[in-house]
Each structure stands twice: as structure tokens, then as C-alpha cells.
Write a protein that binds this ligand. Structure first.
Ligand code: 3PG
Ligand code: MG
Length: 407
């Protein structure tokens, strides 16, 4: 069982605490458009400040090619200050004299946010010298950026492995890891996974791993079309991946061999084009016309999925059922989300969800608060669901602790 240091035991008073956060948030007109990721890390930042640490926030933002003011973290730092209800200073660089001066000016409980780590190509190249320069700014490392932990970058991995910094998961990171453990290492059975989204190709590994972990696998979204084609059904103009029909058939036969249940749509909402409020109708999956596009699951499928949830104890959900950005094709996702939230609120289901689109869909359905855990991770959540230990998590694990403490 992997173990981590606990922030409960961290002696942070007067120490320079490097806190890796994921401030890669959506922006609109120069302002933070969705502060979910910031809200998630506020408790860690506030706690460390409360305990008298000197807080140094480290983060990437978007994917700049070198230094570019368009990708500055400055406006994001202002939003952090607003949410953490403390002043947050800003340094124009994450290494070198500007960073050093800003860090040297910190008093106990102060916070500084350093500029976008990706302004240095060395960050993504995972350059050891750059990582050491970052590490030299602090005495302790806290990683609260689960959503960036699948990246093997200087500020997520080598900052620990190339330094003597004691590394701790932050509170949000720990909550993500605990939720994954609860879902996969010691779940209450039966376990159901819902996997949706557009492409089988991006989720093959995920489906393969989930088959070994769950009793029931529900497949939704456009990727379900590829499975329907593999069953010999016609999907008209619907999206599907012709080169993955064999892979889909293979997943179904492996599921049968393992005694797992695969749930595919039995009916669909179809339209002739993907636009909001396009005229649509419900058809059986055996009756999709040549001009039809499958844009959502139909009522019989919804009913079936809800009945599966009613006998499920643990749910893992990644990917929406339909083209949820366009009404009314959000209906299937919303109905299933509502059912999952109700069962969870009634104490009958432990529900975990994650992935960018999934979280957007759950927000739309106003169920996020009623789910057991909603991950901030997109790629990081997906890779975790594939059974991988993320590189940014690996460096927080006990073997490194053993070495660092000399035990
Ligand atoms: C994300 O938004 O998923 C993380 O911040 C990672 O960003 P990246 O995909 O640009 O590495
Ligand atoms: Mg919750």
C-alpha cells in the first residue's frame, strides 16, 4: 500500500514552502472564467499560511512557446488572493533574481505566486538544472496539483527527485488519491464504470483496464457507435471509428470471457445535424436511418443505465453520453447524473467522476456537489483510471521518503 507523508506532520513555520498548484484555469477577457481548480487548492494554501509557512506558488499556465505575456499567471494570482482572502505577491519569473528577491521578502504566512513555469522550455523538457533552481527556492515541497501529475515535468517530478526537498501531497491531491484508492483498491462491489466521449481510440487502454476492475461497463457517447457497428448495426451518419471496430469487438468478447456485463445503448436520439435544438426523434439502435446521426441515448437506455446504478455500490464515470453541449442532446447525461447524485445523497452509492467534459456535464446537471468525489483531473484522471501511478504522484511516495529521512 503506497504511503505518503502527511501535511499534519509538516513543520512549516518559518519554512519556505513550494506549493505546486494547477492554475491552468479557463480565462475569458483577461479574467478567470472558472475558478474550480483554485477553489480546490485554497484549503492547502490557507492552512500552510495559517501555520506560518512562507508560501511559494508554482504553476504552469496553458501551453506557451516560451515567454509570452498572454500566458502570464498575474491575473490568476489576483483570483487566488481573492479566494484565499490574503494578499498574494507576484514574481515575474519562477527562477533567477526576480523569484529569489520575491521569496526573500516573504514573512511567515505570506504568499507569492511565481510566473508561469512553462515560460522556460526547460519545464516541459524536465531539465534537471532548471528543476534544481526551482527546488532551491524552498525548504519543503507540497504538490496539490493532481490534474498536472500525469506530466513528467520539472516542477512536478524532478523538483523532488533531483533535490533533498521533503515532499508532501497537499489536501486536494490527497483527496484525489484517497478517492482513487476507494474506487479501485478497496471498492464496495458491485462496481460500475461509465465510459463515454467521442473516441474509442483515446480510451482503449482505459476500457481494457476497467474490464479487470468492474462488474459492469456502460459505454456511451459517440464511442458507443463503434461498438454498435461491431455488432453489425447501421449508424447512418454518426461518428464512429472504422479502424477500431475489431478492437471494440475484442473488448466485448473479453468482457464475456471475464464474466463482465457490457451495457450498450438500445435506443438513441437521432437528428440529421449536430446543432442545438435540431429536430430529433428516438429510434431503436436497429432502426438508425442512413441520414441519421446518433446524438444521445434514448429513454430505454436511460432507464436501463439507471437500473444498473440502482444495483451498483461504486460508480466511476468518465465521459458524457451524448452531445451534451447542445440541447436537447444533454438529456441522457443529465438524467443519469441526476440518478447517480440521488443514490449518492441517499447513501446507496459511492460515486466518482472526472475528466474535463464530464465535469462540465455534471455542472450542467447541477449534481457536482452531490457526487462523492469529482476529480479536477482530465488527462490525470484518465491515466489513473488506466491503472497508472502518475509520475507526479510517484515522487511523493514512501520509498523516496525512506531515502530522504535516512531510515
Ligand atoms: C490540464 O489542464 O489538464 C493540466 O493543467 C495539464 O495541462 P497540459 O495538458 O497542458 O499539460
Ligand atoms: Mg463532494
Amino acid at each position: 500500500m503506497p504511503t505518503f507523508r502527511s501535511l499534519d506532520d509538516a513543520d512549516v513555520k518559518g519554512k519556505r514552502v513550494l506549493v505546486r498548484v494547477d492554475l491552468n484555469v479557463p480565462m475569458q477577457d483577461g479574467k478567470v472564467a472558472d475558478s474550480t481548480r483554485i477553489e480546490e487548492v485554497v484549503p492547502t494554501i490557507a492552512e500552510l499560511a495559517e501555520k506560518g509557512g512562507k508560501i511559494i506558488l508554482l504553476s504552469h499556465f496553458d501551453r506557451p512557446k516560451g515567454r509570452d505575456p498572454k500566458y502570464s499567471l498575474r491575473p490568476v494570482a489576483a483570483e487566488v488572493a481573492r479566494l484565499v482572502k490574503r494578499p498574494v505577491a507576484f514574481a515575474d519569473d519562477c527562477i533567477g533574481p526576480k523569484a529569489e528577491t520575491a521569496v526573500a521578502a516573504l514573512k511567515n504566512g505570506d504568499i507569492v505566486c511565481l510566473e508561469n513555469t512553462r515560460f522556460h522550455p526547460s519545464e516541459e523538457k524536465n531539465d534537471k538544472e532548471f528543476a534544481k533552481q526551482l527546488a532551491a527556492l524552498g525548504d519543503i515541497f507540497v504538490n496539490d496539483a493532481f490534474s498536472a501529475a500525469h506530466r513528467e515535468h520539472a516542477s512536478t517530478t524532478t523538483i523532488v527527485s533531483a533535490s533533498k526537498l521533503l515532499a508532501y501531497p497537499g489536501r486536494a491531491m490527497k483527496a484525489e488519491l484517497d478517492a482513487l484508492e476507494r474506487a479501485f483498491d478497496r471498492p464496495k462491489h458491485p462496481v460500475t464504470a461509465i465510459v463515454g466521449g467521442a473516441k474509442v481510440s483515446t480510451k482503449l487502454e482505459l476500457l481494457g483496464h476497467l474490464l479487470t476492475k468492474v462488474e459492469t461497463l456502460v459505454i456511451g457517447g459517440a464511442m458507443a457507435n463503434t461498438f454498435l457497428v461491431a455488432q453489425g448495426k447501421r449508424v447512418g451518419k454518426s461518428l464512429f471509428e472504422s479502424d477500431l471496430i475489431g478492437a471494440a469487438a475484442d473488448i466485448v468478447s473479453r468482457a464475456h470471457a471475464l464474466g463482465r456485463e457490457i451495457v450498450l445503448p438500445v435506443d438513441a436520439v437521432v437528428a440529421s445535424q449536430l446543432v442545438t435544438h435540431a429536430p430529433s426523434r428516438v429510434v431503436s439502435v436497429d432502426q438508425v436511418g442512413v441520414e441519421d446521426m446518433i446524438l444521445d441515448i434514448g429513454p430505454r437506455t436511460i432507464e436501463h443505465v439507471v437500473s444498473v446504478l440502482a444495483r451498483t455500490k461504486t460508480l466511476v464515470w468518465n465521459g458524457p453520453f451524448g452531445a451534451f453541449e447542445h440541447e436537447p442532446f444533454d438529456n441522457g447525461t443529465i438524467e443519469v447524473a441526476e440518478a447517480a447524485a440521488e443514490l449518492t445523497a441517499a447513501g446507496k452509492l459511492v460515486s466518482f467522476a472526472g475528466g474535463g467534459d464530464t465535469v462540465a456535464a455534471l455542472n450542467l446537471a447541477s449534481v457536482k456537489e452531490r457526487m462523492t468525489h469529482v476529480s479536477t483531473g482530465g488527462g490525470a484522471f484518465l491515466e489513473s483510471l488506466e491503472g497508472k501511478t502518475l509520475p507526479g504522484v510517484k515522487v511523493l511516495l514512501a520509498p523516496q521518503q525512506t531515502k530522504a529521512t535516512g531510515r
